[in-house]
Design a protein around this ligand. Structure first.
Ligand code: MG
Ligand code: MG
Length: 628
């Protein structure tokens, strides 16, 4: 698959954008006119630089408001087009994007449009240029890709084809299956963008909220599958207008973009295989080889089976040790060669890492996931351009395959075992004390705060590298603003990550104190009997997050709870939720550094996180923060 990206996706100057695209490994780029017009580089300079960087200049865009106009306007439009064709010759480019008319079309007549497009194609032919005609979702008369294709077929000129843009097609919910019947020679260009499902006008949705494939909710593998079946072999190019990407680090965004195409390529191959007739018949051919476009695949991925451990980095570990002890964790000992402690409760393992943690407040630093094969999982992540984490190990110690998540949390891919034990724990000395609470605890979920500029990148990272499935996002009210909350989880719920995008105000206030982890994050442990766990923790002197009395009145009004149970919840500062699938009990500890802990009990098949209680938690924590 030939990969491409429009310069409009990225921040910086044209030169910076082109360099970032080359570093990220793109085959080609689309030059967005504005980037050229504002550049000090001459067209010849751009051409030479692209050649040096090994970048194809695949599409010049956009040329707007051409068709369906009066004879007088047509003359002016052809003159305008010829100027661009001449410019393209200086750039060494041969394909231009022409969008369906949104502003100046006054005549809604396909015969007239076809004759005007035929004149444009003839002129383009004289300059060796190919015109890719695209139906904008908000085009005045042409807003449907099949309509644009019909016009191209009517004109039937070798210099006129169509551009298929997934946003314009999927935002309108057009069926993508008819693409398969298109003549591949008439598809000149393919642009891909994903987007969250939003209800708003399509123009604003398109200009501000497009995201890279895998970061939104469009069925892009299916779209691409139809394109591949049509026989298309040209560039597959990202065209993503997004307010955040346009102000983020250019090289990083280019890598995120490349990751999305590598992932989409694999997903498209999988979609083709799963929908091919042969697959239905039970044979397993390499069906993608039957299509002219070669689709690369990746090392296979399966969902992680569970959390292997969570690691908190801390300089002053006393408060953390106290908190874990009060919760019922046992100290298993120190690592024999490193300044690292291991604490466990059942199969929940927490590592306190004192190495290189000087002057840093306790913060979640790493997560271990149980996978089938750490080597395959690591190879996959690296092919998806995840940065590798280097950790020093002694000769006889377990070597972890580690990658770095977008928020800089280190992700370790660990060998899972059927009984949930971890081989590396023998590297820790005999435990000095072991309260043995008898709790069959596991890590239930981990809640990570995401910097605003890396939120979408994080969704794609966990989707593509770890096969976590994004759930529909929620917005949770807090005193400092709405917190966008995105759950990423495995099908069976054994791994649940909650990515929170904190309000900007909260971020900036705390960023002053700590450059890295700027908001509160937590690790939640599931136990069998939360009430008993809470009572023991209280007896050990645990400081609970104090829940206001108003909460319990509201809870009673909503659920009509048995009075004794309600009194217990109130007495122990427990929160409660219930839905059709089951019940959820949980409590929170006070915060140490940027970390706090949560204990949960899931009854029945409750699959959520107590979302109705999240605003209460945010409000109480806000109160604490501002009192201290
Ligand atoms: Mg487009
Ligand atoms: Mg939670």
């Amino acid at each position: 698959m030939r990969t491409g990206i429009a310069t409009v996706c990225l921040s910086g100057t044209l030169k910076e954008k082109m360099q970032a695209c080359a570093i990220a490994g793109f085959d080609g780029i689309e030059i967005f006119e504005q980037d050229l017009v504002t550049s000090p580089l001459s067209p010849e300079d751009v051409r030479a630089m692209a050649a040096d960087l090994g970048l194809g200049l695949d599409l010049y865009q956009p040329f707007r408001d051409f068709d369906g106009v009066t004879a007088e306007l047509l003359k002016a439009n052809l003159r305008r087009a010829e100027a661009k064709f001449k410019l393209m010759s200086r750039l060494g480019m041969d394909t231009i994007l022409v969008c369906s008319n949104v502003a100046t079309a006054t005549i809604d007549d396909d015969e007239l449009r076809a004759s005007q497009l035929a004149q444009l194609a003839a002129l383009a032919g004289e300059h060796g240029v190919k015109v890719a005609y695209e139906a904008l979702a908000w085009g005045k008369h042409v807003n449907d890709y099949e309509h644009a294709h019909r016009l191209v077929e009517m004109v039937d000129h070798p210099n006129l084809g169509t551009c298929l843009d997934s946003f314009h097609i999927l935002s309108r919910d057009w069926d993508t299956a008819p693409i398969e019947d298109f003549n591949a020679d008439k598809i000149f260009f393919v642009q891909v963008a994903d987007a969250p499902k939003l209800s708003m006008d399509v123009l604003s949705w398109s200009r501000h909220y497009r995201v890279f494939p895998g970061e939104g909710q469009f069925e892009l593998a299916k779209f691409m599958g139809h394109v591949v079946r049509a026989g298309y072999t040209g560039p597959v190019s990202l065209e993503v207008f997004n307010d955040v990407f346009r102000q983020s680090d250019v090289e990083r965004t280019a890598v995120d973009a490349m990751r999305s195409l590598i992932w989409l390529e694999e997903q498209s191959a999988k979609w083709l295989e799963s929908t091919s007739a042969e697959a239905a018949a039970g044979s397993v051919p390499a069906s993608r080889r039957r299509y002219p476009m070669e689709l690369a695949t990746l090392p296979k991925v399966s969902e992680p089976a569970g959390f292997n451990f969570a690691e908190v980095k801390a300089d002053d570990t006393a408060r953390l040790e106290k908190l874990l002890g009060q919760l019922g964790f046992g100290f298993e000992g120190r690592h024999r060669t490193k300044d690292v402690q291991l604490w466990t409760m059942g199969q929940a393992r927490v590592i306190i890492n004192e190495q290189a943690a000087s002057h840093s407040e306790p913060a979640i630093a790493a997560l271990g996931f149980d996978v089938d094969s750490p080597v395959i999982a690591s190879a996959r992540a690296q092919q998806l351009k995840a940065p590798v984490v280097q950790r020093r190990v002694q000769a006889d110690e377990e070597v972890f395959q580690g990658i770095c998540a977008p928020d800089s949390t280190e992700i370790f891919l660990c060998q899972g075992s059927p009984d949930g034990t971890a081989a590396w724990t023998h590297e820790f000395g005999e435990g000095l004390e072991h309260p043995g609470s008898g709790n069959r605890a596991v890590i239930d979920h981990v809640n990570l705060a995401q910097p605003w500029q890396h939120f979408d990148e994080a969704v794609l990272f966990y989707t593509s590298a770890l096969a976590l499935e994004p759930q529909p996002f929620a917005e949770v009210p807090s005193p400092s603003g709405l917190v966008r909350s995105q759950v990423m989880q495995t099908t069976d719920g054994a791994v649940r990550l909650v990515l929170n995008l904190a309000p900007a105000q909260q971020a900036s206030a705390q960023q002053a104190q700590s450059a890295r982890k700027s908001y509160q994050e937590h690790i939640a442990f599931a136990v069998d009997d939360l009430v008993a766990t809470a009572r023991s923790a209280r007896d050990r002197g645990l400081e609970f997050l104090q829940i206001p009395a108003n909460y319990y009145e509201d809870l009673d009004a909503r659920f009509d709870l048995e009075p004794g149970f309600l009194a217990t919840l109130k007495e122990l500062n427990l929160l409660y939720d219930r839905d059709a699938d089951g019940e959820f009990l949980h409590f929170y500890t006070a915060t140490v550094g940027s970390v706090f802990f949560e204990m949960v009990e899931r009854r029945g098949n409750y699959g959520g996180y107590g979302a109705p209680n999240a605003p209460v938690r945010h409000a109480v924590q806000y109160d604490h923060l501002h009192r201290n």
